[in-house]
Structure formats: structure tokens, C-alpha cells
Ligand binder design. Structure first.
Ligand SMILES: NC(=O)C1=CN([C@@H]2O[C@H](COP(=O)(O)OP(=O)(O)OC[C@H]3O[C@@H](n4cnc5c(N)ncnc54)[C@H](OP(=O)(O)O)[C@@H]3O)[C@@H](O)[C@H]2O)[C@@H](O)CC1
Ligand SMILES: Nc1ncnc2c1ncn2[C@@H]1O[C@H](COP(=O)(O)OP(=O)(O)O)[C@@H](O)[C@H]1O
Ligand SMILES: [K+]
Length: 479
């Protein structure tokens, strides 16, 4: 599991390390790593390093200091370095002196655009972890001239370090080189960061504020049947979804449950015939009341928000097994919170709202800080909340939070969420911790989405069909 720390925690860890490290040492470690990456990018994009041109955008803090020192290191490889100082009187003293000693050129903000336009690579050292609010106008104006590859120092300037929110002009980097540890921006703003590289500067951190599951975590958590298993022992999942008019949600959610784990899926609802026709292995009945025993329920996609949907939701919440409440079920909960009275407080509940459903549940949209939003919904409903979006955030009532960073945006297609809820339900039935179940399902969902799309639009059916390939790549990776 990858750890991610807020800027407040990073700053505290840096202060502890600074106190026992010779002056300037940490910045030089950071800058040396930056220079290595800058040279690598020059070689990748132009075929050479020596004689190439790098322009530094230098703000008034240590982020600018990193860029200036990196410029000095690049001079040793005969790179032509120019530095645009946004606040010359506040530029990092030692970094500026080093750049000048190395033969780097200092140019004014007024002359900046031409140096940006002729650069082979731009280093963004405008702001780092102490950035506050939107980029100031002088910095924003310089960005309009950038057309060459960009390496962001620590984080792309203009993107909020702790939420990944972009409010106004901001750097879009090809690569972001960060120091010591990942910050929330790196998980929450993948499109602004580009490729992310972590340079070790010796920071010591534990107990992350936020996490990201890596492939190995998901593979280790995913249920694999053993010799003693049968179709019941792995957890039976029940799916209460779809309607006679809208059977698609039922087909997608039940199909995802059937493909996610081995074992048995039961379906209950008005789309039983359609589900049976598409998935003969699913045991389908017309009503939740005669569905038989299950170890977890997925409820909501396409059930409608009327009285019947409410009765179905109340019924499954009262079964004493984990429930993934998705789509219409989240709307019913928002409108009639008393349905939750049917729930045994000790049985896990996973809510999977998109932004609109979140607003119904919480009375206001998620806002810029999506991690805080998911955490507060998790506390309010005493449930694991999986907040959908480009980056999916999963928060537990005890405060644990993880982010699933997507591979592109191909999942933004109708019915994609129905596939996700089937995956979550299958993992709940298998007995996974609900926070891990939601996170692992989101991981496999986005992996299946990128395999299905492979660079071109796909559909929810395509994502569903790619679930086995996604799982195969996790569980039996080619050696
Ligand atoms: N500490 C360490 O051990 C190490 C730290 N390291 C590096 O230091 C970085 C953090 O440096 P930092 O704390 O000096 O602040 P940083 O983010 O460069 O600049 C903030 C300054 O910018 C300004 N400003 C603020 N908002 C703005 C806006 N919206 N638009 C425009 N300008 C804005 C504001 O200054 P003002 O102009 O208001 O005086 C503010 O003071 C960190 O990200 C990493 O790169 C590495 O070397 C490893 C060792
Ligand atoms: N821009 C995006 N990038 C990546 N994933 C996205 C994006 N937009 C939506 N998604 C994902 O697609 C799925 C959409 O689910 P949902 O909104 O419930 O759609 P539907 O109701 O049509 O199934 C969610 O898993 C969500 O996280
Ligand atoms: K930066």
C-alpha cells in the first residue's frame, strides 16, 4: 500500500530532518534528483542533453530554490539554463548564487516568454507545498507560452497540494519529481502531474493520511478458491437491481458479481428473465423475499426510487449481511433516512455515490476536498463511502481513506457504475473488510476499463467483459 501524507505532515517531517542535516543538504539532494530527471527528459524528447536549453520558472520559495540548484547541476552537463525569477528580490539566495556561478542566465519576467518558447524543457519551480490559492497573475501569464515538455518540481504549480483541485491556470506536467513522500496532489490530480517520480531525501514518515492500493495489495486481497471450497463457501452474493423497463443495470451488476469471484450469484427483481438469459449461472427470482440466503447484497442500480425500491432496500438492510447500496438506493437513503433503521449497526454498509448522489446524501456537493467530503459522509452514515469521479475516494467511518487513481477517463460511460457495484458486492460476500473491498473493486474496475478501452471508447459491457483479463493480470501476471 502506498502512503500519502498531507503537506502539514510533510513539513513537520522535513523540519525534524532539517534539524539534523547540514544546511542546504536536503535541497541539494532534491535538486540533484531533479537534474537527473531533467536530463533524462531532454534525452527522451530531443535525443541529447549537452547543448539543449532548459528554462526555469522560479518562485520565491524553496521550490524555486530546488529549480535553481537543479539548473546549476544541469550546467555541468553543458545544458544552457535560463531562470525567470518571479520575485528577484526573494529568490532563493544560495540557489541563485549556484546557478550564476555555473554560468546560468537570469532573465526578467518581461523577457520570460521568449525564453520559455525556445526551451527544450521547462522546469516549474513556481510553488511547492506552501502554495496557497490560485496562481498569481504574473506566474499564470508565463504558462501561456509553454509548449515544450514540463517537469514539475515537487508538484504542478496551480494545483492545490492537499486536494488536487485546480482553480484557474495551472501547470500540466509531463513528469512531476517529488521529494521524500507522495502528497495528496499526486494521487488526486494525475492529469496535472503526468508521470510521477519520487526522490528519496531521507524523510521518515509513518501512519499515512491517505493510501493508494497497489497491484500487489489487490492481488493479495482478491479471493481465490482453494481445494476445499465449493460454490457456497466463497460467499454467495445477492443482486437486487434493474426493472422490467430497465433490465440493463441488473445484467451488468449481476454479471460483474459473477465474474469477480468464483461461487454463486443470486438475482432478485423484475429483470429475472433477462438476467437468466444473459447469465444462465445466476439463480434468478422475482423478489428479494424469496431469493434465498446470501452473504452480501448489492442493491440499487435501476430499482427506482419509489415505494417498491424502498421496500427492497429496507428488506436487504435487515438481513444482517453486508450491503453495497448504489445508485437509486443512495437516493432512497437520502430521501428516507429512516430506511437505515432496518440495518443492524454491526453489519457493513458501503455507499457508492457519484457527485450528484453525494449531494443528495449530504445536502451539499463534495467540493474541492473530496477526501474530506468522503470522510464526513462515512462518519454521518457510519458506512464506507466510495465517492465516484475521475479519482475515486474510499473512506471508512474510522477515518481511513484511500484514492484510486484512474488510468484515463474511459470509465465515464453509462452503466459503468453498475459493474463497479457488482464487484464490490462480490468482495463483501467473500468477507473482505468493506473499505478494502471497495478500494480493490475500484482498482479492478479501472484496470478493466483501461484494458477494454485500449485507447478507444468502450462501454459498460466492454468493461464487464474485460474483468477476467484484469483479474488475470493481477492474479496470474505473466512472468
Ligand atoms: N523544507 C525542506 O526541507 C525541503 C523543501 N523542498 C522544497 O521546498 C518546497 C516548499 O518550499 P516553501 O515552503 O519555501 O514554499 P514554496 O511552496 O516553494 O513557495 C511558497 C511561496 O510562494 C508564494 N506563493 C504562495 N502561493 C502562491 C500562489 N498561489 N501563486 C504564486 N506564488 C505563491 C509565497 O511567497 P510570497 O510571494 O507570498 O512571499 C510562498 O511563500 C517544497 O515543495 C519542495 O519543492 C525541497 O528542497 C526538499 C527539502
Ligand atoms: N472522468 C472520469 N475518469 C475516470 N473515471 C470516471 C470518470 N467519470 C466517471 N468515472 C467512473 O465511472 C463510473 C461511473 O459510475 P456512475 O456515475 O454510477 O455511472 P452509471 O450510473 O452510468 O453506471 C464510476 O466508477 C466513476 O468513478
Ligand atoms: K512546482
Amino acid at each position: 500500500m502506498q502512503g500519502i501524507w498531507t503537506t502539514e505532515r510533510i513539513r513537520a517531517a522535513e523540519d525534524r530532518l532539517l534539524a539534523v542535516t547540514p544546511d542546504g543538504e536536503l535541497m541539494r539532494r532534491a535538486a540533484f534528483g531533479l537534474a537527473v530527471h531533467a536530463a533524462e527528459m531532454l534525452a527522451e524528447h530531443t535525443g541529447s542533453v549537452s547543448g539543449r536549453r532548459v528554462t526555469l520558472l522560479v518562485g520565491s520559495g524553496n521550490n524555486g530554490g530546488d529549480a535553481l540548484w537543479a539548473g546549476a547541476f544541469l550546467r555541468r552537463r553543458n545544458v544552457a539554463v535560463s531562470a525567470i525569477l518571479l520575485k528577484p528580490e526573494r529568490a532563493h539566495g544560495a540557489g541563485l548564487a549556484a546557478l550564476k556561478r555555473s554560468g546560468g542566465k537570469v532573465v526578467s519576467v518581461e523577457d520570460g516568454p521568449q525564453w520559455i518558447r525556445r526551451a527544450d524543457l521547462v522546469l516549474d519551480g513556481i510553488v511547492g507545498i506552501s502554495a496557497r490559492g490560485p496562481l498569481r497573475a504574473d506566474a499564470a501569464a508565463l504558462l501561456e507560452h509553454v509548449s515544450s515538455p514540463v517537469l514539475a518540481v515537487d508538484l504542478p504549480s496551480g494545483v492545490d497540494p492537499d486536494t488536487g483541485a485546480v482553480d484557474g491556470p495551472a501547470v500540466v506536467a509531463d513528469r512531476t519529481v517529488t521529494f521524500g513522500a507522495l502528497k495528496p496532489v499526486h494521487a488526486l490530480a494525475p492529469a496535472s502531474c503526468g508521470e510521477i517520480a519520487l526522490v528519496d531525501i531521507g524523510l521518515s514518515l509513518s501512519d499515512p493520511d491517505l493510501r493508494r492500493l497497489d497491484t500487489a495489495d489487490v492481488a493479495a486481497a482478491w479471493p481465490v478458491p482453494g481445494p476445499g471450497d465449493d460454490k457456497y463457501s466463497q460467499g454467495v452474493v445477492g443482486v437486487a437491481a434493474g426493472s422490467a423497463t430497465y433490465p440493463g443495470a441488473a445484467v451488468l451488476a449481476a454479471g460483474a458479481a459473477a465474474l469477480a469471484t468464483s461461487g454463486l450469484v443470486r438475482y432478485a427483481g423484475h429483470a429475472a428473465d433477462v438476467v437468466r438469459g444473459r447469465w444462465p449461472e445466476v439463480v434468478a427470482t422475482g423478489s428479494v423475499t424469496d431469493a434465498g440466503r446470501v452473504q452480501a447484497w448489492v442493491v440499487g442500480p435501476g430499482i427506482g426510487t419509489g415505494n417498491e425500491g424502498r421496500d427492497v432496500l429496507r428488506f436487504v438492510l435487515g438481513r444482517g449481511v453486508p450491503v453495497c447500496a448504489d445508485a437509486d438506493a443512495t437516493t432512497i437513503i437520502a430521501r428516507s433516512p429512516d430506511v437505515l433503521d432496518a440495518r443492524d449497526p454491526d453489519t457493513p454498509l458501503v455507499l457508492t455515490p457519484h457527485a450528484g448522489e453525494f449531494e443528495r446524501l449530504m445536502g451539499s456537493p463534495p467540493g474541492a476536498d473530496r477526501v474530506a467530503a468522503a470522510r464526513s459522509a462515512a462518519r454521518k452514515y457510519d458506512a464506507v463511502v466510495l465517492l465516484k469521479g475521475h479519482c475515486t475516494v474510499v473512506a471508512a467511518p474510522d477515518g481511513r481513506a484511500l484514492v484510486n487513481t484512474p488510468r484515463g477517463s474511459w470509465l465515464a460511460t453509462a452503466g459503468s457504475g453498475d459493474v463497479l457495484s457488482g464487484l464490490v458486492g462480490a468482495l463483501l460476500a467473500a468477507g473482505l473488510d468493506p473499505w478494502l473491498a471497495a478500494g480493490a473493486a475500484a482498482h479492478v474496475h479501472s484496470l478493466a476499463g483501461s484494458l477494454a478501452a485500449d485507447g478507444a471508447p468502450t462501454s459498460a459491457s466492454g468493461i464487464l467483459a474485460a474483468v477476467p483479463a484484469a483479474l488475470r493480470s493481477l492474479l496470474s501476471p505473466a512472468s
